[in-house]
Ligand binder design. Structure first.
Ligand SMILES: Cc1cc2nc3c(=O)[nH]c(=O)nc-3n(C[C@H](O)[C@H](O)[C@H](O)COP(=O)(O)OP(=O)(O)OC[C@H]3O[C@@H](n4cnc5c(N)ncnc54)[C@H](O)[C@@H]3O)c2cc1C
Length: 380
C-alpha cells in the first residue's frame, strides 16, 4: 500500500490549485449572485486538459487516471463548485460514457471535440416523473427505420443551455421495462429541441440548469449508443463512475470551507486571544480535518478501484454518501467558526454551505446510495 501521491499527481494538484486561485476565485461571488455560468473559465479548463482528463489522447483527451481526475475535481471545487459540476458532467458522464460504449464514428465525431473542451456535453436522464426512479422514463424514442423520433421532457439538466452535445435516455419499448430503454447523442439546434428557462437555485448558482423539451426530434440511428435496449445499463454504468466525480466535488467543498475556517480562526480574536486558542473552536477544526481525511480516503479508494479494474459500484456510492455528508457538516461548522462574518457573502463559506447540499441530491440521492451500498454488502 502506498498512501503517497505520485510526482505526477502532485503536479496535477498544483496546476488545478493554481488555476482555481487565479482564474476561478476572482468573480466567484458575483457569478453566484447573478447565476452566471463561468463560460470563459470552462473554456480555459478545456485548453488545460481538465475537460477530458481520462480520455485517451488519440481522442483529444489527457490520458490520465481517475485519481488525477479526483484530485483536480477537489481543487476546483474548493473554490467554484459551479465550474466543477460542468467539469464533472463532461468528464465522467459524457466523455467516459462515449469512450467506453460509443462507436468509433461517434468517438471521432463527438468525443474528440468534447475531450478538448471545444464542445460541452450534458447528460439527460432525469424527468419530472423519473428522478430516483429512473426506470420510469416517459420520454419516447420511436424507431423509424433510419432514425428515431424523440418526444418528451428532461429536467434538471446541468449545462442545459450551454452544452453542444446531449446524451439523452429514452424509452423505445415500454413493454420491456428498463430493457427497452436506449441512449442517444443529440445536438443542440436539432429541429424540435427546445430549452426551458434557467432554474433559480439555492447553490451551484453559476451552474447552468434547465429543462429540455423534445418534440419529434429526429435523431439518426447511428447516434444510438450501444445495442438496442442498452440505454438503462449505459446510464447506470456511467452514473457509477460519475459518483466518484461528485464525491470529489463534495470533498473539495468541505476542504475549501475548512481551509478558510482554519485561517480565520488564526486571525480573529475574542476574549484577548485568537479564537483557535478556545478549545471549542480548536475541536471543531479537529473534527473537520478528521472527517475530510476520512472522506478523501474513500474518494481516492473508489478512484483507485476504477483505475485498477475493481468493481467501484460500492466504493463510489460510499464515497459519495460520506463525502456529501462531510460537505454539509464541515461547511456548516465553517460558517459557525466565522461567526457573523460566516453569514455574509464576502467570506465565501456561506456559498460553500449552499453548494454542499446538492452533492446529497444529484447523481443519486443519499437514500439511493444507501440502497446501492446495502445491496452491495448483502448480495451474498
Ligand atoms: C442542480 C441539479 C442538477 C442536476 N443535474 C442533472 C443532470 O445533469 N442530469 C440528470 O439527468 N439529472 C440531473 N439532476 C437530477 C437529479 O439527479 C435528481 O434530482 C435526483 O436523482 C433525485 O430525483 P428527484 O428530484 O426526482 O427526487 P425523487 O426521486 O422524487 O426523491 C424525493 C425524495 O425521496 C427519496 N426517495 C426516492 N426513492 C426512494 C427509495 N426507493 N427509497 C428511499 N428514498 C427514496 C429521495 O432520496 C428524495 O429524498 C440534477 C438535479 C439538480 C437539483
Amino acid at each position: 500500500m502506498n498512501y503517497k501521491l505520485s510526482e505526477e499527481h502532485l503536479m496535477i494538484q498544483q496546476a488545478a490549485r493554481d488555476f482555481a486561485q487565479t482564474e476561478l476565485l476572482p468573480g466567484v461571488i458575483e457569478r453566484d449572485e447573478k447565476q452566471e455560468f463561468p463560460a470563459e473559465q470552462i473554456k480555459k479548463m478545456g485548453e488545460l486538459g481538465f475537460m477530458g482528463m481520462m480520455v485517451d489522447p488519440k481522442y483529444g483527451g489527457s490520458g490520465m487516471d481517475t485519481i488525477s481526475y479526483a484530485i483536480a475535481m477537489e481543487e476546483i471545487s474548493k473554490v467554484d463548485a459551479s465550474a466543477s459540476v460542468a467539469m464533472s458532467v463532461n468528464n465522467s458522464l459524457v466523455c467516459w460514457g462515449l469512450e467506453t460504449y460509443g462507436s468509433e464514428e461517434q468517438k471521432q465525431k463527438y468525443l474528440t471535440k468534447l475531450a478538448t473542451g471545444e464542445k460541452l456535453g450534458a447528460f439527460c436522464l432525469s424527468e419530472p416523473e423519473a428522478g430516483s426512479d429512473a426506470t420510469s422514463q416517459k420520454t419516447t424514442a420511436i424507431d423509424k427505420g433510419d432514425h428515431y423520433l424523440i418526444n418528451g421532457t428532461k429536467n434538471w439538466i446541468t449545462n442545459g443551455s450551454t452544452a453542444d452535445y446531449y446524451l439523452v435516455i429514452a424509452q423505445t419499448y415500454p413493454e420491456k421495462g428498463h430493457h427497452g430503454i436506449n441512449a442517444f447523442i443529440m445536438e443542440k439546434g436539432m429541429e424540435g429541441f427546445e430549452i426551458g428557462p434557467k432554474e433559480q437555485k439555492m447553490g451551484i448558482r453559476g451552474s447552468d440548469t434547465h429543462s429540455l423539451m423534445f418534440t419529434d426530434v429526429k435523431v439518426p440511428k447511428e447516434n444510438r449508443i450501444g445495442e438496442d435496449g442498452f440505454g438503462f445499463k449505459f446510464a447506470m454504468k456511467t452514473l457509477a463512475g460519475g459518483r466518484i466525480g461528485i464525491a470529489s466535488q463534495a470533498l473539495g467543498i468541505a476542504a475549501g470551507a475548512y481551509e478558510l475556517a482554519k485561517e480565520y480562526a488564526k486571525v480573529r480574536k475574542a476574549f484577548g486571544k485568537e479564537i483557535y486558542k478556545h478549545q471549542a473552536i480548536a475541536f471543531k477544526l479537529a473534527d473537520m480535518h478528521t472527517q475530510i481525511e476520512a472522506a478523501r480516503h474513500l474518494v481516492l479508494k473508489s478512484a483507485w478501484d476504477k483505475d485498477n479494474g475493481e468493481n467501484y459500484d460500492l466504493s463510489g456510492a460510499m464515497a459519495k454518501l460520506y463525502a456529501s455528508q462531510v460537505a454539509m457538516d464541515v461547511t456548516t461548522e465553517a460558517v459557525q467558526v466565522h461567526g457573523g462574518n460566516g453569514y455574509v457573502k464576502e467570506y465565501h463559506v456561506e456559498r460553500l454551505m449552499r453548494d454542499a447540499k446538492i452533492t446529497q441530491i444529484y447523481e443519486g440521492t443519499s437514500e439511493i446510495q444507501k440502497i446501492v451500498i446495502s445491496r452491495g454488502i448483502l448480495r451474498d
